[in-house]
Structure formats: structure tokens, C-alpha cells
Design a protein around this ligand. Sequence first.
Ligand code: C2E
Ligand code: MG
Ligand code: MG
Ligand code: MG
Length: 289
Amino acid sequence: AAKDLGRNRFHYFTASMQEEARYRMILIRDLRQAVNNKEFEIFYQPIIDLPNGEIHKAEALIRWHHPERGLVSPGEFIPVAEETGLIIEIGNWVFSQAAKQCAHWRDKYGVELQISINKSPVQFRDEGDSFEDWIVQLKELKLASNSICVEITEGLLLDASMGVSEKLLAYRDAGIQVSLDDFGTGYSSLAYLKKFDIDYLKIDQSFTRNLESDTDDVTLCEAIIVMAHKLGMTVIAEGVETEYQRDILTKAGCDYGQGYLFSRPIPAADFEDKYIRAIAQMKHEQASS
Ligand code: C2E
Ligand code: MG
Ligand code: MG
Ligand code: MG
């Protein structure tokens, strides 16, 4: 159940059980308010083509501006949003926001950049899962269905009860791409990679982190990349922080990288200044030469 997701989550945070319960209640209350008061913002992080250094697409990452606490990280509030079901409304908002942003950049700069959004298993499990609604929204914005890519995690692929196969097939039929996030951290059976039609495999940052010191992790990354390619998937390495990591991954044939080496997640306006304008400029130069 959704409840199980967040059990034990705040043990490190408070001394007593009582305080823990109180903290949770306040967080839930504040999160409800945040949904009503639209206290969220989407940050964008570029995903970079490793061989040539150009931007390939972006990932949308939610941020919460808490009126008193300031920025609260998704690692803290997404689990609570999942337990309470608030993730449904938040997730739909993230989708709409990302789609509108994509259409805006297209209209203003003629740049259509794919945006990845994270979709929680709780959203998949929801009876009124808004997939059809999403397609309608894309149509209304005159966006191609591959303007948005949906990031899922390995755990979802194990949950047959949600009709995941059917849903992912429907995604494929509708032309929506799918990324497998945090690969290597879940309990994925490799058989699932064959069964589901997944476009991108994202190597979890726990593998990227130790590439400099741990030759086993280098071997693992190389093997994941070869396997993914043979199964027709494109590979993105998460958490690329150093040039050394980037170079090892590039040499291993990794297609794309995402991480602080290139950019942290940044507000839409900054992303537009730094990346969208540059793409538009490049297209302009190519057209006139
Ligand atoms: P994720 O989808 O795996 O996103 C990547 C996380 O790694 C982001 O953390 C990003 O800021 C961080 N990151 C990127 N590059 C680096 C790097 O070089 N080094 C390190 N140490 N970290 C890096 P963030 O933004 O705090 O998000 C955490 C998680 O929260 C996400 O992990 C995702 O699971 C969840 N999340 C974020 N936004 C949403 C959302 O809109 N919906 C849902 N359901 N989950 C979300
Ligand atoms: Mg993700
Ligand atoms: Mg990830
Ligand atoms: Mg993650």
C-alpha cells in the first residue's frame, strides 16, 4: 500500500515517536496548503549528449517554496505526497506545467525540447489515472506526443496489479516515451527490460559516484550500457559531477549524461537564458550558413 512507502522515514529526524507524529501531521497540513496555494515550482536540468556536449533534453524536478521553511526538497515531501494521495494532483500539475513550458519555448524560439517528468507508482495505481487527459492536453497545445517523456522506477515494473503492462503499451501506442529511472537500485529482474518497451535507461547516480575509485562500478556501467543498447534502449548516466566520470562514461559508449558537471536543476527562466536561446541561436546559424 502507499502507506508502506514512507514508513520509518522520519526516524532520523526526531527524538520521540510523539514528535515524529506531530512533525508528520504538520507536514501533511502544509502540503495540502501548498497544493491549494500553488507553492510549487519546476526546475529544469539539462541532459547532455556525451560525445558532442550539446543539450539533448531536460528533466523537470519539482521544488516546494514553503512559506516559513523556504525550499523543501522533493526527497522529503514526495513520499508524504504519495502516502496522502496528494501526489495525484501534484503530478498532474507537474505534467501540465512541463507541457505548457515546452509549448512556450516552441512558440517563442521554435525550439521543441523533450521534457522528462517523474511519475510516481501511486499515480499509476490511481483509478482515475489521467493518461488520456494528458494526451488531450498535448493535442490542445499542438505538441507531438514525444514532447513529454515519463520517468518510472523499477519497482513499478514488478507490480502487475496496476495493469502496468497495458498502461505502458498504451503509452507506446500514443507515442509517449518512457525512461527507467534509478536503474540498478530496485529489485528489477532483467526480464522486465525485454517485456516492456522502454526508451531510456538511466544509470543511477550511486554507480556514477564511484567511477573514479571503484573499478567494479566501471565494469557494471560498461555492462549496463552494452546490454541496454542491445535491447534497443538509449542510456543516460545520472549524477555526473566530474570530467573524469564523464570521460569514462563516454568511452564506455554512454549516450547522455545528467549532473552538476553540466548544470544543477535551475528555474525555467534561467534554463531558457542558458539553453533554449543557445539552441535557437545554433539553429539560426545552421540555417543561414
Ligand atoms: P530523480 O528523478 O532520480 O532525479 C534526479 C535527482 O538527482 C534530482 O534530485 C537532482 O537534483 C539530483 N541530481 C542531479 N544531478 C546530480 C549530481 O550531479 N549529483 C547529485 N548528488 N545529485 C544530482 P531532486 O531534484 O532533489 O529530486 C529527488 C527525487 O525526487 C527525484 O529523483 C524524483 O524521484 C523525485 N521527484 C522530483 N520531482 C518529482 C516530481 O515532479 N514528481 C515525482 N513523482 N517525483 C519527483
Ligand atoms: Mg527522474
Ligand atoms: Mg534518478
Ligand atoms: Mg532518485
